[in-house]
Design a protein around this ligand. Structure first.
Ligand code: GLY
Length: 260
Protein backbone atom coordinates (compact mmCIF):
# COMPACT_ATOMS: atom_id res chain seq x y z
CA UNK A 1 0.00 0.00 0.00
CA UNK A 2 1.64 3.28 -0.98
CA UNK A 3 -0.46 5.44 1.40
CA UNK A 4 1.26 8.78 0.85
CA UNK A 5 4.47 7.29 -0.52
CA UNK A 6 5.60 8.50 -3.98
CA UNK A 7 4.95 5.66 -6.44
CA UNK A 8 5.60 5.17 -10.14
CA UNK A 9 4.76 2.44 -12.64
CA UNK A 10 5.97 2.30 -16.25
CA UNK A 11 5.40 -0.15 -19.11
CA UNK A 12 6.86 -0.87 -22.53
CA UNK A 13 3.53 -1.86 -24.08
CA UNK A 14 1.34 -4.94 -24.31
CA UNK A 15 3.40 -7.53 -26.18
CA UNK A 16 6.75 -6.05 -25.22
CA UNK A 17 9.39 -8.52 -24.13
CA UNK A 18 9.50 -9.06 -20.35
CA UNK A 19 13.28 -9.19 -20.75
CA UNK A 20 13.20 -5.50 -21.66
CA UNK A 21 12.12 -4.47 -18.17
CA UNK A 22 15.59 -2.97 -17.68
CA UNK A 23 14.17 -0.13 -19.85
CA UNK A 24 11.08 0.32 -17.68
CA UNK A 25 13.23 -0.04 -14.52
CA UNK A 26 15.37 2.85 -15.74
CA UNK A 27 12.32 4.98 -16.53
CA UNK A 28 10.89 4.32 -13.04
CA UNK A 29 14.19 5.17 -11.36
CA UNK A 30 14.37 8.53 -13.12
CA UNK A 31 10.66 9.21 -12.54
CA UNK A 32 10.86 8.41 -8.84
CA UNK A 33 13.85 10.72 -8.41
CA UNK A 34 11.82 13.50 -10.04
CA UNK A 35 8.91 12.88 -7.66
CA UNK A 36 11.28 12.86 -4.69
CA UNK A 37 12.65 16.21 -5.92
CA UNK A 38 9.04 17.52 -5.83
CA UNK A 39 8.72 17.82 -9.60
CA UNK A 40 5.01 18.34 -10.43
CA UNK A 41 3.32 15.01 -11.28
CA UNK A 42 2.49 15.92 -14.89
CA UNK A 43 6.10 16.87 -15.58
CA UNK A 44 7.44 13.77 -13.82
CA UNK A 45 5.19 11.36 -15.71
CA UNK A 46 6.01 12.98 -19.08
CA UNK A 47 9.76 12.86 -18.41
CA UNK A 48 9.35 9.18 -17.51
CA UNK A 49 7.61 8.52 -20.82
CA UNK A 50 10.36 10.43 -22.64
CA UNK A 51 12.84 7.75 -21.43
CA UNK A 52 10.59 5.06 -22.93
CA UNK A 53 10.15 7.02 -26.20
CA UNK A 54 13.94 7.11 -26.54
CA UNK A 55 14.25 3.32 -26.11
CA UNK A 56 14.05 1.83 -29.64
CA UNK A 57 12.83 -1.51 -28.28
CA UNK A 58 9.42 0.03 -27.57
CA UNK A 59 6.78 1.26 -30.04
CA UNK A 60 6.87 5.01 -29.38
CA UNK A 61 9.13 7.92 -30.33
CA UNK A 62 12.26 6.51 -31.95
CA UNK A 63 10.86 2.94 -31.85
CA UNK A 64 7.60 3.86 -33.62
CA UNK A 65 6.12 1.41 -36.13
CA UNK A 66 5.60 2.23 -39.76
CA UNK A 67 2.10 2.33 -41.21
CA UNK A 68 1.17 0.39 -44.35
CA UNK A 69 2.50 3.22 -46.57
CA UNK A 70 5.87 3.27 -44.76
CA UNK A 71 5.20 6.53 -42.91
CA UNK A 72 5.30 7.08 -39.14
CA UNK A 73 2.62 8.96 -37.19
CA UNK A 74 2.58 9.14 -33.41
CA UNK A 75 0.01 9.84 -30.70
CA UNK A 76 0.66 10.93 -27.10
CA UNK A 77 -1.42 12.14 -24.16
CA UNK A 78 -1.05 13.12 -20.51
CA UNK A 79 -3.42 13.95 -17.67
CA UNK A 80 -3.18 14.75 -13.97
CA UNK A 81 -5.66 14.71 -11.13
CA UNK A 82 -6.16 18.47 -11.41
CA UNK A 83 -7.77 17.68 -14.79
CA UNK A 84 -4.94 19.03 -16.92
CA UNK A 85 -5.20 17.02 -20.12
CA UNK A 86 -3.33 17.39 -23.40
CA UNK A 87 -2.88 15.19 -26.44
CA UNK A 88 -1.42 15.08 -29.93
CA UNK A 89 -2.44 12.76 -32.73
CA UNK A 90 -0.81 11.74 -36.01
CA UNK A 91 2.22 13.91 -35.34
CA UNK A 92 5.44 13.17 -37.24
CA UNK A 93 9.14 14.04 -37.26
CA UNK A 94 9.22 14.91 -33.55
CA UNK A 95 11.48 12.90 -31.22
CA UNK A 96 9.34 13.13 -28.08
CA UNK A 97 5.62 13.63 -28.81
CA UNK A 98 4.84 13.37 -25.09
CA UNK A 99 6.32 16.83 -24.54
CA UNK A 100 4.04 18.30 -27.21
CA UNK A 101 1.06 16.70 -25.46
CA UNK A 102 2.36 18.25 -22.24
CA UNK A 103 2.50 21.66 -23.92
CA UNK A 104 -1.07 21.22 -25.19
CA UNK A 105 -2.16 20.48 -21.59
CA UNK A 106 -0.87 23.95 -20.68
CA UNK A 107 -2.67 25.59 -23.60
CA UNK A 108 -6.30 26.51 -24.22
CA UNK A 109 -6.64 23.34 -26.36
CA UNK A 110 -6.93 19.66 -25.44
CA UNK A 111 -5.96 17.85 -28.67
CA UNK A 112 -3.93 18.95 -31.69
CA UNK A 113 -3.53 16.74 -34.75
CA UNK A 114 -1.45 16.14 -37.85
CA UNK A 115 0.54 18.79 -39.69
CA UNK A 116 -0.81 21.50 -37.40
CA UNK A 117 0.41 19.69 -34.30
CA UNK A 118 3.82 19.41 -35.96
CA UNK A 119 3.82 23.13 -36.73
CA UNK A 120 2.81 23.88 -33.13
CA UNK A 121 5.79 21.83 -31.90
CA UNK A 122 8.18 23.76 -34.15
CA UNK A 123 6.69 27.07 -32.97
CA UNK A 124 7.44 25.99 -29.40
CA UNK A 125 11.06 25.35 -30.36
CA UNK A 126 11.05 21.54 -30.51
CA UNK A 127 13.50 20.10 -33.02
CA UNK A 128 12.53 17.97 -36.01
CA UNK A 129 13.70 14.37 -36.24
CA UNK A 130 13.94 12.42 -39.49
CA UNK A 131 11.49 9.56 -38.85
CA UNK A 132 12.07 8.02 -42.29
CA UNK A 133 15.14 6.35 -40.78
CA UNK A 134 13.11 4.75 -38.01
CA UNK A 135 13.56 0.98 -38.16
CA UNK A 136 11.72 -0.54 -35.23
CA UNK A 137 13.11 -3.93 -34.24
CA UNK A 138 10.36 -4.71 -31.77
CA UNK A 139 7.50 -6.55 -33.47
CA UNK A 140 4.24 -7.00 -31.59
CA UNK A 141 4.61 -4.26 -29.01
CA UNK A 142 2.32 -1.36 -28.27
CA UNK A 143 2.10 2.04 -26.57
CA UNK A 144 4.45 2.96 -23.73
CA UNK A 145 3.04 4.53 -20.59
CA UNK A 146 3.42 5.48 -16.96
CA UNK A 147 1.33 6.43 -13.94
CA UNK A 148 2.61 8.34 -10.91
CA UNK A 149 1.49 9.37 -7.42
CA UNK A 150 3.49 11.95 -5.46
CA UNK A 151 1.62 11.41 -2.19
CA UNK A 152 -1.05 13.98 -3.13
CA UNK A 153 -1.64 14.10 -6.88
CA UNK A 154 -1.88 11.44 -9.61
CA UNK A 155 -0.90 11.57 -13.29
CA UNK A 156 -0.79 9.30 -16.33
CA UNK A 157 0.94 9.56 -19.71
CA UNK A 158 1.01 7.50 -22.91
CA UNK A 159 2.89 7.59 -26.19
CA UNK A 160 2.62 5.34 -29.25
CA UNK A 161 3.67 4.76 -32.81
CA UNK A 162 0.25 3.15 -33.28
CA UNK A 163 -0.32 -0.25 -34.82
CA UNK A 164 2.37 -1.28 -37.28
CA UNK A 165 1.07 -1.73 -40.82
CA UNK A 166 -2.20 0.10 -40.12
CA UNK A 167 -4.09 2.10 -42.70
CA UNK A 168 -2.96 5.76 -42.93
CA UNK A 169 -5.44 7.92 -41.01
CA UNK A 170 -6.09 5.33 -38.31
CA UNK A 171 -6.02 6.74 -34.74
CA UNK A 172 -6.20 4.50 -31.67
CA UNK A 173 -7.06 5.04 -28.01
CA UNK A 174 -4.06 7.08 -26.87
CA UNK A 175 -5.22 10.67 -27.54
CA UNK A 176 -8.85 9.96 -26.49
CA UNK A 177 -9.54 10.97 -22.90
CA UNK A 178 -10.89 8.11 -20.79
CA UNK A 179 -9.93 5.51 -23.37
CA UNK A 180 -6.13 5.10 -23.12
CA UNK A 181 -5.67 7.08 -19.91
CA UNK A 182 -7.42 8.88 -17.11
CA UNK A 183 -6.37 10.55 -13.86
CA UNK A 184 -8.42 12.09 -11.09
CA UNK A 185 -8.60 12.42 -7.33
CA UNK A 186 -9.00 8.64 -6.91
CA UNK A 187 -5.99 7.55 -8.95
CA UNK A 188 -4.44 7.20 -12.39
CA UNK A 189 -4.84 4.55 -15.08
CA UNK A 190 -3.08 3.93 -18.38
CA UNK A 191 -3.86 1.23 -20.91
CA UNK A 192 -1.93 -0.40 -23.73
CA UNK A 193 -2.98 -2.78 -26.46
CA UNK A 194 -5.60 -3.01 -29.19
CA UNK A 195 -6.67 0.60 -29.53
CA UNK A 196 -10.10 -0.01 -31.04
CA UNK A 197 -11.09 -2.38 -28.19
CA UNK A 198 -9.61 -0.07 -25.55
CA UNK A 199 -11.68 2.79 -27.00
CA UNK A 200 -14.95 0.83 -27.21
CA UNK A 201 -14.55 -0.25 -23.58
CA UNK A 202 -13.85 3.32 -22.40
CA UNK A 203 -11.18 1.38 -20.57
CA UNK A 204 -9.28 3.95 -18.53
CA UNK A 205 -12.33 5.86 -17.31
CA UNK A 206 -14.31 2.74 -16.34
CA UNK A 207 -11.27 1.39 -14.51
CA UNK A 208 -10.84 4.74 -12.75
CA UNK A 209 -14.51 4.65 -11.72
CA UNK A 210 -13.82 1.38 -9.89
CA UNK A 211 -11.11 3.16 -7.89
CA UNK A 212 -13.69 5.82 -7.01
CA UNK A 213 -15.92 3.06 -5.62
CA UNK A 214 -13.09 1.97 -3.31
CA UNK A 215 -12.05 -1.09 -5.31
CA UNK A 216 -8.36 -1.90 -4.88
CA UNK A 217 -6.11 -1.66 -7.97
CA UNK A 218 -5.49 -5.41 -8.35
CA UNK A 219 -9.22 -6.15 -8.37
CA UNK A 220 -9.86 -3.27 -10.81
CA UNK A 221 -7.11 -4.64 -13.06
CA UNK A 222 -8.52 -8.17 -13.04
CA UNK A 223 -12.01 -6.86 -13.85
CA UNK A 224 -10.76 -4.62 -16.68
CA UNK A 225 -8.68 -7.40 -18.27
CA UNK A 226 -11.91 -9.46 -18.33
CA UNK A 227 -13.58 -6.94 -20.66
CA UNK A 228 -11.31 -8.10 -23.51
CA UNK A 229 -11.35 -11.20 -25.70
CA UNK A 230 -8.21 -13.37 -25.78
CA UNK A 231 -7.54 -12.11 -29.31
CA UNK A 232 -7.42 -8.47 -28.11
CA UNK A 233 -4.14 -7.56 -26.44
CA UNK A 234 -4.52 -5.38 -23.36
CA UNK A 235 -2.33 -4.21 -20.50
CA UNK A 236 -2.97 -1.73 -17.69
CA UNK A 237 -1.13 0.18 -15.00
CA UNK A 238 -3.13 1.51 -12.05
CA UNK A 239 -2.22 3.53 -8.96
CA UNK A 240 -4.49 4.78 -6.19
CA UNK A 241 -4.16 5.58 -2.50
CA UNK A 242 -5.01 1.91 -1.88
CA UNK A 243 -2.02 0.54 -3.81
CA UNK A 244 -0.96 -0.18 -7.35
CA UNK A 245 -1.17 -2.94 -9.94
CA UNK A 246 0.05 -3.74 -13.44
CA UNK A 247 -0.54 -6.57 -15.84
CA UNK A 248 -1.41 -7.72 -19.32
CA UNK A 249 -2.93 -10.66 -21.16
CA UNK A 250 0.34 -10.70 -23.17
CA UNK A 251 3.98 -10.41 -22.18
CA UNK A 252 4.69 -6.84 -21.04
CA UNK A 253 7.86 -5.21 -19.76
CA UNK A 254 6.76 -3.16 -16.77
CA UNK A 255 8.21 -1.94 -13.49
CA UNK A 256 7.20 -0.15 -10.34
CA UNK A 257 9.07 1.75 -7.64
CA UNK A 258 7.95 3.44 -4.42
CA UNK A 259 9.97 5.40 -1.91
CA UNK A 260 9.99 8.53 0.22
N1 GLY B 1 -2.87 1.36 -28.18
C1 GLY B 1 -2.31 2.12 -29.21
C2 GLY B 1 -3.04 2.12 -30.44
O1 GLY B 1 -3.88 1.22 -30.66
O2 GLY B 1 -2.85 2.98 -31.27
Amino acid sequence: MPGKQPTILAHGGAGSDNAHSDGTDRACLIGLKLLQARTPVLEAVCQTVEILEDDPRFNAGTGSRKRSDGSVRMDAACMDSRRHFGAVSAIQHIKNPIHIARAVADSEYRLLAGEDAHRYALELGFKEMDMTRVESNAPGTDTVGAVVFDGEQFAAALSTGGTGGSRPGRVGDVPLIGCGLYAGEHGAVCATGHGESITLNLTAYRTYEMLGRGIVPQEALDTALGWFKDSQDIGLLIVSQKGHAGGSNRSMAWSTLSGD
